[in-house]
Ligand binder design. Structure first.
Ligand code: T5A
Length: 214
C-alpha cells in the first residue's frame, strides 16, 4: 500500500522539530515504518542548498534566487526521498514543505503566485501531503524561542512584520485547505501540543485503514 506523507509547518520556533520527534517515537512504538526528513534538506543536494540559503552572510540574496533554491532542493527531495518512500509504504514526517514556500516566498517576499505554482508543478508534479500539521504561534513567541537557542539563520533576522505576514499566510492556507491542513495551537505545553498532533495523525491512519477495508 502507498505510504503517507505528513508535513509540519509554522513560523520559526513554533516547535515543528520537537513535535515531529514526538510523532516519530509514537508511530515507531506501534511498529509503523517512519521516515523523518526536512526541507530544505533531506538529500545531499538539499543539505548543500540549505547551507547556502540559511547562511546569515547571504543577506543580499534576491527573492527570486531564494525561491529557486528552495524549489531546487524540493525537486531533489521529492525525486530521491519522498516518492520512493511513499512507494515503499512508509510514513513520511517532513519538517516543512511547499506551504513554507507559499508563506515565506509568497506572502513574506511578495513573489507572484504564478511563479510559485509553476515551480511547485516542476518540483513536485503536484505532490501534496496527506496531512499538514500547522503549529500556530505568534511571531513574537516563536522568535523568542528560536533565539533562546542562540542560533540565528538568515530568515530569523527578518523583521517581526515579515514573520507576522508569514503566520497570517499559513492561517489563510489552512482556511483554504481545511481537510489537509490542521491548525494546532502551539502556545501550549509540549505535551498538550503533542496530544493534539497525535489526534490528527490517528484520524488520518483510521481513514486509511477504513479505505483499505472497502
Ligand atoms: N523556508 C523553508 C522558506 O523560506 N521556504 C521554504 O520553502 C522552506 C522549506 C528553514 C528556514 O527556511 C525557510 C523557513 C525557515 O526560515 P528550519 O530550520 O526548518 O529553517 O526552520 P525553523 O522554523 O527556523 O526551525 P526551528 O528549529 O527554529 O523551529 P522549530 O523546529 O519549529 O522549533 P523547535 O522544535 O526546534 O523548538 C524551538 C525551541 O522552542 C522549544 C524547543 O525546546 C526549542 O528550544 N519549544 C517549546 N517551548 C515551550 N513550549 C513549547 N510548546 C515548545 N515547543 C518547542
Amino acid at each position: 500500500m502507498r505510504g503517507l506523507f505528513i508535513s509540519f509547518e509554522g513560523i520559526e520556533g513554533c516547535g515543528k522539530t520537537t513535535q515531529l520527534k514526538r510523532a516519530q517515537r509514537c508511530l515507531e512504538e506501534r511498529g509503523l515504518p517512519v521516515l523523518v526528513t526536512r526541507e530544505p534538506g533531506g538529500t545531499a543536494v538539499g543539505e548543500a542548498v540549505r547551507g547556502v540559503v540559511l547562511e546569515p552572510l547571504h543577506v543580499g540574496m534576491a527573492p527570486a534566487a531564494e525561491l529557486l533554491l528552495y524549489a531546487a532542493a524540493r525537486a531533489q527531495h521529492v525525486a530521491e526521498v519522498i516518492r520512493p518512500a511513499l512507494h515503499d509504504g512508509r510514513i513520511i514526517l517532513c519538517d516543512r514543505y511547499a506551504d513554507s514556500t507559499a508563506a515565506y516566498q509568497g506572502a513574506g517576499r511578495g513573489l507572484p503566485a504564478e511563479w510559485l505554482d509553476t515551480l511547485h508543478a516542476i518540483a513536485t508534479s503536484g505532490l501534496d501531503p496527506d496531512l499538514t500539521v500547522l503549529l500556530d504561534l505568534s511571531a513574537a513567541v516563536g522568535l523568542e524561542r528560536a533565539r533562546a537557542r542562540g542560533l540565528y539563520d538568515r530568515l530569523e533576522h527578518e523583521a517581526i512584520a515579515f514573520h507576522d505576514r508569514v503566520r497570517e499566510a499559513f492561517l489563510r492556507l489552512a482556511a483554504e485547505a481545511p481537510k489537509r491542513i490542521k491548525v494546532v495551537d502551539a502556545d501550549q505545553s509540549i505535551d498538550a501540543v503533542a496530544a493534539e498532533v497525535r489526534g490528527h495523525i490517528d484520524a488520518l491512519l483510521s481513514r486509511r485503514q477504513g479505505a483499505a477495508k472497502k
